[in-house]
Design a protein around this ligand. Structure first.
Ligand code: DAH
Length: 387
C-alpha cells in the first residue's frame, strides 16, 4: 500500500489534459491501494472509502472533475472508464484475497486437528509397552549352577581370562611338552618367546587355573565355585565354540573323600535337572585329579529308557571331576600367599575334590537348544523365548 493516503486534488486548471491527469492520478492511487488488501475487513473499509455512494472517492472525485471540466463529454467518458477499471481491479483483488483466506483456513484447520489429536489424552488406551531385557540363557544357567553350590556354602570366585602358562597348565600338573596339553588346543599371546614358558600368556583353556589362584591366596579349608569364560583353538560346529563357559568347583579340607565328591555332584545334578535324575561315575583322566572321573546323568528327556537325545543309551555325560592330585598341592609350595606366608597344603593332612562342567552343554540340555551358535547370535527371535 502506498504510504501517502490519496486525497482528491484541488483543481486550478480545467483544461482537458489537467482533467485527464486528475483521472489518471485517482486510478493510480486506487490501483496501488487495492493491491495492499489482505483481509475481509480491509476489503470492506476499502469498498466504503472508494465506492461509497456519496462519499466514495470514485464518485465524489469523478463528479467534481466533471463539474469542473470544460469538456463535460470527455470527462464523462473518462468517468465511465474509471468506474469500469476500478471495479475490475477491486473484483480481482477481492477474489485473490478470498482464495488466500480459504487456503489458509484449510491449512490452519488441519494443523488444529493435528494439535488437538496430539493433546488428546485417552486414558482407556493401553500404555506404551517397553520390552524389558532378560538374563541371557547362558548367564542364567551359569548363575543357577553357581547358586546350587553357593547354597552348599561355597564362595564364588573368578579369575583372569588371559592367564599364564603356569596357572593354566604347569601348576595343574600339565608339565611342558606333556601330551595332556594336546587335549586343550590353546590360543597363545604372540611375541613372548623371550619369557620363560611358565610366564607366557595365553587365553585360559579352562577355569581350573582359578583353583590354583584360590589356593595360593587362601589356606585350607576352602570351598569355591568359579564360573567363567574360556577359550580354545577349536572349530565351531553345532556343539563346539572356540569361546565357551565353564563352572569349576574346588573343595579342600581334612578327610575329603570320593564319597563327598559323589554326594555333592549327585545333589547338584538333582538340583539342576530334577530329583529323579541319577548319576554314575566312570574312570577318566585329568592331570590335576587322581583318581579322575567322568560323570553321567540319567537322560532327563526319557528318564533313562533311551531316546535320540541320549543316543539310546539312557545316559548323558556331563562333567569331569576327581580328587585333587597331591602333585597339585605340592606345586603350591612355589608361590606365596598374598600375606607372604606359604599356604599350608600339607598333603598328609588335607585332601580335596574338584569338578568342572560346560555351561553351554547344560544350557542346551535344559532348554532343548540344538545349535550352540544360537547363544551367540544375538537374535531376538531366539533370545525372546527366554522371557
Ligand atoms: N578343566 C577340565 C577341562 O576343561 C574340566 C575338569 C575336569 C575340571 C576335572 C576339574 C576336574 O576341576 O576335577 O576339560
Amino acid at each position: 500500500m502506498s504510504s501517502t493516503i490519496y486525497e482528491l486534488p484541488e483543481l486550478k486548471d480545467a483544461s482537458d489534459s489537467n482533467i485527464a491527469t486528475a483521472f489518471d492520478a485517482l486510478l493510480h492511487a486506487f490501483s496501488i491501494e487495492v493491491e495492499g488488501l489482505e483481509s475481509l475487513e480491509a476489503i470492506e473499509r476499502f469498498r466504503i472509502r472508494w465506492f461509497g455512494d456519496k462519499a466514495g472517492l470514485v464518485n465524489r472525485g469523478a463528479s467534481g472533475f466533471i463539474r469542473y471540466a470544460q469538456n463535460k463529454q470527455l470527462a464523462g467518458a473518462s468517468f465511465k472508464r474509471l468506474k469500469e477499471d476500478t471495479e475490475q481491479l477491486f473484483a480481482e483483488r477481492s477474489d485473490i484475497v478470498h482464495r488466500i483466506l480459504k487456503v489458509e483456513s484449510v491449512v490452519n484447520a488441519s494443523f488444529a486437528a493435528d494439535r488437538a489429536q496430539k493433546n488428546f489424552l485417552d486414558l482407556t488406551l493401553p500404555g506404551t509397552r517397553r520390552s524389558i531385557g532378560v538374563e541371557h540363557p547362558l548367564t542364567r544357567t551359569m548363575r543357577e549352577m553357581t547358586a546350587v553350590f553357593a547354597a552348599l556354602g561355597y564362595s564364588v570366585g573368578v579369575g583372569p581370562e588371559v592367564e599364564t602358562d603356569f596357572y593354566n597348565f604347569e601348576a595343574l600338573n600339565f608339565p611342558p611338552n606333556h601330551p595332556a596339553r594336546d587335549t586343550q588346543d590353546t590360543l597363545v599371546v604372540a611375541g613372548q618367546e623371550d619369557k620363560p614358558l611358565r610366564e607366557r600368556l595365553l587365553m585360559r583353556t579352562h577355569t581350573s587355573p582359578v583353583q590354583i589362584r584360590t589356593m595360593v591366596a587362601n589356606a585350607p579349608p576352602l570351598r569355591i565355585v568359579i564360573p567363567g569364560k574360556v577359550h580354545r583353538n577349536d572349530e565351531s560346529d553345532a556343539t563346539h565354540s572356540p569361546i565357551f563357559h565353564q563352572v569349576e568347583g574346588l573343595c579342600v579340607d581334612t578327610d575329603i573323600t570320593f564319597s563327598d565328591l559323589k554326594g555333592t555332584l549327585d545333589h547338584a545334578m538333582k538340583a539342576l535337572f530334577g530329583s529323579s535324575v541319577r548319576t554314575r561315575f566312570f574312570p577318566s583322566y585329568f592331570p590335576f585329579t587322581e583318581p579322575s572321573a567322568d560323570v553321567q546323568i540319567s537322560c532327563p528327556f526319557c528318564g533313562g529308557k533311551g531316546c535320540r537325545k541320549c543316543k539310546h543309551s539312557g545316559w548323558i555325560e556331563l562333567l569331569g571331576c576327581g580328587l585333587v592330585d597331591p602333585a597339585v598341592f605340592a606345586a603350591l609350595g612355589g608361590p606365596r600367599m598374598a600375606n607372604g606366608l606359604k599356604p599350608a597344603y600339607d598333603t598328609k593332612k588335607i585332601s580335596g575334590f574338584a569338578f568342572g562342567m560346560g555351561v553351554e552343554r547344560i544350557a542346551m540340555m535344559k532348554y532343548g537348544v540344538g545349535d550352540i551358535g544360537q547363544f551367540y547370535s544375538g537374535d531376538l527371535r531366539f533370545l525372546s523365548q527366554f522371557m
